[in-house]
Design a protein around this ligand. Sequence first.
Ligand SMILES: CC(C)(COP(=O)(O)OP(=O)(O)OC[C@H]1O[C@@H](n2cnc3c(N)ncnc32)[C@H](O)[C@@H]1OP(=O)(O)O)[C@@H](O)C(=O)NCCC(=O)NCCS
Length: 168
Amino acid sequence: MKTVSIDVRRAEPTDARAISLAHRLSWQHTYGGLIPHKALTQMLERRGEDWWRKATRGPATLLVADVAGTVAGYATLGLNRARALPQEGEIYELYLRPEYQGIGLGRLLFGECRRLLKSLGCNGLVVWCLEDSEQAERFFRHQGGVDIAEGMEDFGDRSLRKIGYVWA
Ligand SMILES: CC(C)(COP(=O)(O)OP(=O)(O)OC[C@H]1O[C@@H](n2cnc3c(N)ncnc32)[C@H](O)[C@@H]1OP(=O)(O)O)[C@@H](O)C(=O)NCCC(=O)NCCS
């Protein structure tokens, strides 16, 4: 029987290319048809390998889900950016490659983000996701998040509603 190793760990500069691929594949899959094509392409082009290499050096903490040496997804976290909300921590992004979704890795990555924020002394956390992103919405509810905030974000000529989920 083969054992597959699954590890959630801090990203290293050498992970940059693999994270950039995971980012592109996940965002195309999640936002294609939701965010206008031109805006999405620009967002993806801005974040190449070099961008991710710099991201491994902060200021946000960058974690990867490593499945047998492949970066299956990533998460970024740090201090909450929305001053109107009392929660001190924030998960900025949580994305898995499409073929690695639905097998428990999101829960693993999310759990590690929560633990890390708590160990850094953060009281509560918030995650924002687009209202039309049903998969994310169901996932965050399932993890116990409560939708208490909303806002708008512009993507090219389209404005999309986003929902803020919080954990006490
Ligand atoms: C959202 C996402 C991170 C969830 O990760 P995942 O690995 O697919 O989810 P998991 O397999 O860990 O599921 C965890 C739990 O949530 C439930 N769940 C996950 N997706 C669900 C869905 N679409 N509908 C209902 N339940 C869902 C699972 O049943 C599981 O339940 P359990 O804890 O009782 O076993 C992942 O699907 C993803 O990367 N999606 C695209 C990107 C995205 O939308 N990111 C969020 C924006 S920040």
